[in-house]
Design a protein around this ligand. Sequence first.
Ligand code: OSB
Ligand code: MG
Length: 370
Amino acid sequence: MRIERVTLRHIQMPLRHPFRTSFGEERTKEAIIVAVQSAGLTGYGETPVSAAPLYSYETVGTAWHVQRDFLIPRLLGQEIEHPRQVAGLLAPVRGHPMARMGLEAAIWDLLAKAEGCSLSQMLGGTRTSIPCGVSIGIQPSLPALLERIGSFLAQGYRRIKLKIEPGWELAVVKAVRGEFGDIALMLDANAAFTLDDTPLFQALDAYGLMMVEQPLGHDDLYEHSLLQRQIATPICLDESIRHAGDARAAIEWGSCRVINIKAARMGGLLEAKRVHDLCQERGLPVWCGGLLETGIGRAHNVALASLPNFCLPGDISASDRYFVEDIVQPPFVLNPDGTMDVPCGPGIGVEVKADVLQQFTISQMVFQAD
Ligand code: OSB
Ligand code: MG
């Protein structure tokens, strides 16, 4: 298919609840929504960047610049038969995985729609529904946190992930175990600790956590390997794993026992699948992380999470956990058993609501092939 036209939309959507992590608080979900058109079909993708470079170095501004000036010119007018060609066309550009992801994901959707198959099928997915967890930000107080956990458990979520930072960790875990007993519980530090905090992680071993995510440096593998040797709780890496090469090093060095796969962090679904396949070969479980995506990015995440080695509940929650109104129809909903159905229609399998998308768009740019 010839890439005829690409549209970028910078959107801002109010989040239903502020999301606070060790690196900051988000009240608004920002993203670049990418639409790629060919032969009367439109494929959609999402670049889930934030306003500030706090989770990753990319921002709305850097992603827009790199897409507009370097990535889109390499794709416009090209004949693409399989999404794997995208990585080749974009190979001369270094880094900027989230900028790449929006474009690559839109082309996956476009080509799946052209073939009349679902994105899940095209990726090699085997699950028709996926187990869901929820990631809960740092709360203003302990009672507020306990209430929030209670309401998510009542909805059916199968595992709870708590964001932690220095001062919001051991006592919180103790209180949560006291209130809710043996629930599936894990922590995410977003790189807020150092090796000096090893005794804290040793103390957390007593609480039977499923895992602790990214306790140390955002770009570190070595110190995580030292920490993992000294604690029983499995370490899960998020920020540090940028591609299959990092995953291989982390496995060889014993830096983690679980990997959080986010296609946006890895530059696309193809690289995410590579990490999935490698972990499957090496016996590491993986789960699908999230970046507070709209229904478009969520659809890509759900399709990815239908691959066989996504055996743990991920950070894929229902649309209503994030937004009053999602930009896709139907919205993503949680089944009472804590699972979510994998859409089976062509491509991402959900319709983009043009009016709602327009309502949240603050700027837009169209690129046309000659
Ligand atoms: O570290 O996994 C993370 C959200 C924004 C940035 C980083 C992270 C997160 C989440 C939320 O944990 C996951 C989600 O529900 O999308
Ligand atoms: Mg994380």
